[in-house]
Design a protein around this ligand. Structure first.
Ligand code: GLU
Length: 539
């Protein structure tokens, strides 16, 4: 008989007795309580904020709602171990990551202290002119100055006038280009628009040798790009549903003062630059409207973070843009985003960015964070004076320049966590969420197109782990929403059903059996194809 490896637990190892090992919730409690019997609510929220998470983060909704309800039942506004557990258990994966310093900027507080220093340094600058071609821009005080950032893990920091609404103006150009590529693909969009820096002012009446606008970051390219997009709810999704408004007064003024843009529009029309059937004047209206979209520094930092995060909004987990759209956008922001300073900015700062006439600079540190700087006084080339100073200082301090050497350049700060093997990390996160029964983390993983059938070194899947731990809700979610294979075998030949039986989880056994009875193997290929479609509805 061939030798067969058996599951070690089924031979000699004693079963794990519940309650002997401290749970993750308990570990978190001890970390935050620092030796006390109870955690006052404000101590918990202060500790949370130090990690960079906000109490209003949509990913912490369940925890915060439970906290509110639970606090009403206490006399002293403090949580003992039991109450604490009740509050944190539904978001335990995110919270554990935060407190174990597993976010992209592990030492967030000291990084923020650096950001505040850079902010103060730029605040002292007094040069530049506030744009005055329309009254809505001219009214801004030259003293306004704000920086907001959001990392790819949703860590937030803001300093200065970060809640004052202002218009995106040209900062909207990369966003609408991204939407156009997301909707139509690169090839179609670039039938109408080039990819080269123009070497000319942003509103020049000029086309390239093929009679196309040079790129989507100059007005001509952005006007053509406007004719390729339709939907506006993208903006809300990019900003994780934070503030996105519209200044009708700015729109009217832009239209009234927009002779140059009308001239460009007629020229583009003459040269047949638009898709067939386009009504040029209504496209121009839409162009002016897009320039007049209002954001705050805070909400725009989430938009930038969505670009930094490959098109996934960090605070909602929603996939807003395709990776192709984001990569194209970052490339063109890098070469063409900063008016006639683009080459120098790429040289000195080495990061994709886009500025606008209202004084905004949307800056992306790919795979790390999005930043919005805002201050109305502009230099001669139209870029925010304080914003440029901040971006330059940031890259002198941290090794964020695209061509900074990450291995040998020890003189600059590297606030990032050490990178590891992404795949290993993703399996660990998946199995960890299944182990702890954190369904909301699993939902986010599924939404971000994670392979929910991934296996670890022992060929164990999330379904094995959830079945062994008796997490019925997780088992249901994996089977019904994700349509994972219900009978995967680990390296010892065990299925999730074997696990559920072994550990005496009768409710899991029932779910697996019922599911198995409905599930016929012939249908499985077609079933799997439908899984992604069904997922949306079920989440
Ligand atoms: N509304 C301005 C224009 O299209 C935008 C200017 C800008 O932010 O670059 O001319």
């Amino acid at each position: 008989m061939p030798l067969r490896l058996r599951h070690p637990r089924s031979l000699t190892a004693p079963r794990r007795k519940a309650g002997i090992l401290p749970s993750l919730e308990d570990l978190l409690f001890y970390t935050i309580a620092e030796g006390q019997e109870k955690i006052p609510a404000h101590k918990f929220t202060t500790a949370l904020k130090a990690t960079g998470l906000r109490t209003g983060d949509p990913r912490l909704k369940e925890c915060m709602e439970m906290l509110k309800v639970t606090l009403k039942t206490t006399s002293d506004g403090a949580l003992d171990r039991h109450l604490f557990k009740k509050c944190v258990q539904s978001n335990i994966v995110l919270l554990t990551q935060a407190f174990r310093k597993k976010f992209v900027i592990p030492d967030f507080q000291s990084f923020c202290a650096h950001i505040d220093d850079l902010y103060e340094n730029a605040k002292n600058l007094s040069g530049g002119q506030v744009a005055d071609y329309i009254p809505q821009l001219a009214r801004f005080s030259p003293d306004l100055w704000a920086v907001a950032l959001c990392t790819v893990d949703g860590q937030r920091h803001t300093v200065g006038d970060t809640k004052v609404p202002f218009c995106l103006q040209s900062c909207v150009k990369p966003l609408k280009y991204a939407i156009a590529v997301h909707d139509h693909g690169t090839e179609y969009v670039h039938r109408f628009i080039g990819k080269e820096p123009s070497g000319l002012r942003f509103n020049k009446l000029f086309l390239n040798e093929d009679d196309k606008p040079h790129n989507p970051m100059v007005n001509a390219g952005a006007i053509v790009c406007t004719s390729l997009i339709k939907v506006m709810n993208f903006m809300n999704k990019l900003a994780g549903n934070e503030y996105v408004g519209f200044s009708n007064a700015t729109f009217q003024s832009e239209r009234e003062s927009g002779d140059r843009n009308f001239a460009i529009g007629y020229y583009l029309k003459e040269k047949k630059c638009f898709p067939e059937g386009t009504d040029m004047t209504s496209i121009l209206d839409f162009y002016f409207q897009l320039c007049s979209i209002e954001v705050t520094c805070e909400s725009a930092s989430v938009m930038a973070a969505t670009l930094a995060n490959g098109g996934f909004c960090p605070i909602t987990g929603e996939r807003v843009l395709s990776p192709e759209a984001v990569r194209n956008t970052l490339s063109l922001m890098h070469s063409c985003g900063m008016y006639d300073f683009s080459g120098q900015f790429a040289f000195h700062v080495g990061l994709p960015a886009k500025s606008g006439v209202a004084g905004g600079i949307l800056l992306v540190v790919p795979n790390v964070m999005g930043i919005m700087c805002w201050s109305p006084p502009l230099d001669k080339l139209g870029n925010s004076v304080r914003g440029i100073q901040f971006c330059t200082d940031l890259v002198s301090l941290c090794n964020f320049h695209n061509y900074d050497n990450l291995r040998h350049f020890a003189k600059k700060l590297d606030p990032r966590r050490e990178g590891g093997d992404q795949r290993v990390k993703s399996v660990i996160n998946l199995l960890f969420a299944a182990y702890t029964g954190d369904v909301s983390a699993l939902r986010r993983f599924a939404l971000s197109s994670m392979d929910m059938e991934q296996r670890d070194y022992d060929s164990r899947t999330a379904l094995h782990v959830a079945a062994a731990e008796g997490h019925t809700e997780v088992v249901r979610f994996l089977l019904e929403a994700c349509k994972v294979n219900p009978v995967p075998r680990d390296r010892w030949g065990n299925t999730p059903m074997d696990e559920a039986v072994h550990f005496g989880h009768h409710d899991v056994v029932t779910i697996l059996r019922d599911y198995h009875n409905q599930y016929s193997p012939q249908d499985s290929a077609a079933e799997k194809q439908n899984a992604e479609k069904n997922l949306d509805g079920m989440l």
